[in-house]
Ligand binder design. Structure first.
Ligand code: BGC
Length: 754
């Protein structure tokens, strides 16, 4: 019989235990041969296997592997079933290559479009990111390979990523930056979580006990182990006590020694080290056991899957009719990305592979297309001869398709973008082509939104994001109408950088990143300010059309512990097979005050459904009080105010097709602190205190509004003035024995809110 983890921990020396808490090298944990404890291998990453070639000494010398769509593109599929299939394929590749833990998914929230690593991340919306991450993790782990969801947490910029202090208030953290991790932990139980480099509210993520222990384990029930991002450990002893089990990639024994010394000196309880080792060994033994299963994968099938996922992720942003293309049309492809597509980003997620280009695919499908380079793929450089060739060819064609994008040097792990523009040479050429060709189509290869000053002048825009090695086949299918575009934007595309929520605070002053925009991230911001955007969250056109009807709620009222279902029938009213993403948003119409501000609407459900022409399907969502709630920092909990909500169902955040009213019948009221400085407006708005105040102050009202009642002020202003008064003002305007009355009233009120 194999020894249990408990027996192993008891048999390990202090040195061995400390050693097990850091990596042996860049990609391996340590083995303890005398006890039969194996090493396991971890490798990147989120959209393709980047694992060091056997026998190589260079950690970046990776085997060839399949590159699936990067997070930005995969998220545009709006389909957790797809991220699950992608995860399962990655799991098979990992196992076949001796990797036991895949370092992904990466679910940081897209706070600013400038974050250099947004291409790896899913969304500006935590609900969408969480559901996609859960799909991905379930897929990988179904193949007996673990995951490491990253980077936990509030690591939303690359600038000074190893030291920056992300200053985020409690509500914002709970509502925006944590839920993607929470959903994934609860729905998919990742084997590991990777803590981020940055500090969060003053404490490094790698030694942040509220984050790694209280929230992750305490509130969410995480039962795997936490590993550090590569080099994220600051104070190892503090880290292990806070809940960081494994340091990666190790620190040449320095931090192991610090752990040993701390135990010897009594600064660290050995039980804390034992607990960390136990958590690591639970996973190591499981991983090693599952690694025994036979493993193989079909490279060609995985490539086809990568192309299929890319096609499911392409977002048709605009179409005045130039798409789809038709055989017999004279088509010119312009831009180097037609030949050398940008399909992945730089850094730790970079996969060693080659992609099929749109030109390769056109050749394969016998499409008659002319090609003019027009501009290069790797830099912002204008060549007048190429420009003229492109414009002349565009003028002579029926349709001009421009393959635009961001060069690698514009967007990568390690740095943030400084602006949100495409290279000037591309913007110039698009404008010039559009001036001579009304059927101009722009295909975008970017990991994040770019400003599109020419958007109103071109006929069509297709966003591929960074679509992986199947990008060319997907483009071919979408451009020529062999597949219907069914991707939707997982983030808002703003008109200009200056419109973005954290424009004034990103990336901070080099020391601190203040998340001053609070919960107003992405569409929450643009909707609250009713700002025009280039393309809204959830947007995506198709070659067919969808009609929504018969939307119903199972009940008009939701009880405190209850649930309601929402049903809507969606029909494909066009002539082509397609897939609609039915989106459900909740709007709080209660009018109850919300500390930190009320968000106009939030995504609480989405479903992607495939529909043949004429076919209709009923889509069902389930809602619970948590779906209506916001996080209340005073309660340190989610809170749903009683009252009226709107359930909005539609095609995008700004294309709502049906709105249904829902009443929440909860009785819980938020805590209310009452002292002599509490404004009367608050006391009169709260059912616990309103009757007391109304009764007690009836006589004083006129005096306390300082003569306003005599017609000196309009009644509206008087009401506001009364609202602003505090109990303390009784001693100014409250007549005789005001102090005694105030003391008594305070006592009664405090009893009422107990
Ligand atoms: C990245 C991680 C990655 C790790 C290992 C770090 O620089 O932030 O996402 O998994 O390197 O390559």
């Amino acid at each position: 019989m194999n020894p249990t983890v408990q027996e192993l921990v008891a048999a390990l020396t202090l040195e061995e235990k400390a050693g097990l808490c850091s990596g042996a090298d860049f990609w391996h944990t340590k083995a303890v041969e005398r006890l039969g404890i194996p090493a396991i291998k971890v490798s990147d990453g989120p959209h393709g296997l980047r694992t060091q070639r056997e026998g190589s000494t260079d950690p970046n010398d990776s085997i060839e592997a399949v590159c699936f769509p990067a997070g930005c593109a995969a998220a545009a599929s709006f389909d957790p079933a797809l991220t699950r299939r992608m995860g399962a394929a990655l799991g098979r590749e990992a196992r076949a290559n001796g990797v036991q833990i895949l370092l992904g998914p990466a679910v940081n929230i897209k706070r600013s479009p400038l974050c250099g690593r947004n291409f790896e991340y899913y969304s500006e919306d935590p609900y969408l990111a969480g559901e996609l991450a859960a799909g991905f993790i379930n897929g990988v782990q179904s193949e007996g390979v673990g995951t490491s969801i990253k980077h936990f947490a509030a690591n939303d910029q690359e600038t000074r990523r190893l030291s920056v202090n992300s200053r985020v208030d409690e509500r914002t953290l709970q509502e925006i930056y944590l839920p993607a991790f929470e959903t994934a932990v609860k729905k998919a139980r990742p084997w590991t979580v990777m803590c981020s480099y940055n500090r969060l509210n003053g404490a490094y993520a790698s030694e942040n006990k509220p984050l790694l222990t209280d929230i992750l384990r305490g509130a969410w029930g995480f039962d795997g182990f936490v590993m550090s991002d590569w080099g994220a450990v600051n104070d190892r002893v503090k880290g292990i006590a806070a809940g960081l089990e494994l340091e990666m990639p190790g620190s040449q024994g320095v931090n192991d020694r610090r752990l040993i010394d701390a135990v010897r000196s009594g600064a660290l309880d050995e039980a804390v080290l034992d607990r960390a080792v136990t958590r690591i060994l639970n996973i190591v033994l499981l991983a090693a056991d599952l690694a025994q299963r036979p493993a193989a994968f079909d490279r060609a099938a995985h490539h086809r899957l990568a192309a299929e996922l890319a096609a499911q992720s392409g977002v048709l942003l605009r179409n005045l009719g130039a798409l789809p293309l038709h055989r017999g049309q004279k088509v010119v492809y312009i831009g180097a990305y037609a030949d050398q597509p940008r399909y992945q980003g730089g850094g730790s997620s970079h996969v060693n592979t080659t992609a099929v280009s749109a030109l390769d695919a056109a050749l394969l499908h016998d499409r008659m297309v002319q090609y003019v380079e027009g501009f290069p793929a790797d830099r912002d450089q204008r060549d007048e001869t190429e420009f003229l060739r492109a414009v002349t060819a565009a003028e002579a064609a029926d349709v001009a398709v421009i393959f635009a994008g961001l060069p690698d040097s514009f967007e990568s792990e390690g740095g943030d973008r400084r602006h949100m523009r495409l290279p000037d040479c591309q913007n110039n050429l698009i404008a010039r082509v559009a001036a001579v060709q009304k059927n101009t189509v722009v295909v975008l290869h970017t990991g994040a939104p770019v400003e599109c000053p020419w958007a109103d002048d071109v006929s069509s825009v297709l966003c591929m994001y960074l679509a992986g090695e199947g990008v060319g086949e997907a483009e071919d299918a979408l451009l020529w109408g062999d597949a219907d575009p069914c991707g939707r934007l997982p983030e808002t595309w703003p008109l200009r950088l200056e419109d973005t929520p954290c424009y004034l605070d990103f990336p901070g002053d080099g020391v601190t990143a203040d998340y001053r925009e609070g919960v107003y991230v992405g569409y929450r911001w643009y909707d609250a300010r009713r700002m025009p955007v280039r393309w809204p969250f959830g947007h995506g056109l198709s070659y067919t059309g969808y009609v929504y009807r018969n939307a119903v709620l199972s009940a008009d009222t939701l009880a405190e512990q209850g649930l309601v279902t929402v049903q809507v029938t969606v029909k494909n009213s066009g002539a082509m097979q397609g897939a609609e993403v039915v989106q459900l948003y909740v709007a709080d119409a209660t009018g109850a005050p919300v500390a930190g501000g009320r968000v106009p609407q939030v995504l609480r459900g989405f479903q992607k459904i495939a529909l043949q022409p004429g076919e209709e399907k009923v889509v069902t969502f389930t809602l619970t009080p948590r779906d209506l709630s916001h996080y209340d920092a005073a309660l340190h909990d989610w809170y749903t105010a009683p009252g009226r909500y709107e359930i909005r169902i539609g095609h995008s955040s700004r294309d709502i097709r049906v709105t249904l009213p829902l009443h929440y019948a909860g009785t819980r009221l938020p805590p209310l602190q009452v002292d002599e400085t509490t404004p009367l407006g608050i006391l009169l708005a709260d059912p616990r205190t309103a009757p007391v105040v109304q009764h007690a102050l009836r006589a004083e009202t006129a005096a306390m509004t300082n003569g306003g009642g005599d017609g000196l002020m309009p009644p509206e202003a008087m009401a506001q003035m009364f609202d602003a008064l505090t109990l303390r003002n009784m001693i100014n305007f409250g007549g005789p024995q005001a102090e005694e009355k105030l003391t008594k009233l305070l006592e009664t009120l405090q009893d009422a809110v107990q």
